[in-house]
Design a protein around this ligand. Sequence first.
Ligand code: ADP
Ligand code: MG
Length: 274
Amino acid sequence: MTPVEQLRTTLAALSLTAIDARLEGLLETASKKEPSYADFLLEVMNTEADVRRQRYLKARLQLAHLPYIKTFEQFDFGFQPSIDERQIRELRTLRFVHEASNVILLGPPGVGKTHLAVALAETAIQSGNGAYFMTAHDLVTDLGRAYREGRLDRRMRVYLAPKVLIIDEMGYLPLDDLGATIFFQLVSARYERGSIVLTSNKSYGEWGSIFGDPIIATAILDRLLHHSTTINIRGESYRLKERRKAGLIPLPDQQHDEPPALAHRSHTKRNQLP
Ligand code: ADP
Ligand code: MG
């Protein structure tokens, strides 16, 4: 056996598959560039380490149960001027994750709340944090079932373990008494221990109607908001813009049905629409 053949056997025995896959290239580059022994060894080890890291991150992303993967780079901040980009930059440092503080994204449908929540989760995962995504409705349904089956505490751990828990679409559907109590328990248990990123189409003033009880709504908001950042998005739906672009919906008459937030947008931008 040649040394390279022996090497392949050893790489296979140690499951160093990434090095094995790139072995020829690595050896060829080394014979051309003649790096130091240490540099060569580093290059070889990094080949394996990089692939493993990517695989690990991919697994973490899958575990996070995200509805789709979207990043901050894919977000057009120009379209949503009500978002303070400094606030977003601060969130992207992930200080909020280390401080176990919460992020609340409020606004009407289609303005990018879920997109930004997913982008935050993706950023957290890339830095090695666990994240888990659930809609408020699915979360409460799941925990409600666990409660009825007498295993609430055990099931609750699924939602307490990740550093970042994303609760999407709070407030689309009202919660019954059990749902409200369970939600309160969850928020209390994560309080100062792990971050919640929550999206809602309801302003804080309307939260009483989600829980049917202003007292529990206040208790939940109290814990949720104590350490938190609120991002209030007031703007047009991005989905609507896309459909308008495709010519499916006519442009609103500017004098009459245009929502006030649109008034900030420049004419040049509007004129680019077909
Ligand atoms: P919601 O506020 O209802 O959660 P989403 O985040 O789901 O809205 O956004 C709806 C769709 O529009 C998604 O595909 C999202 O990626 C896209 N989108 C929303 N806002 C923007 C934006 N400012 N730039 C790029 N894509 C956006
Ligand atoms: Mg959404």
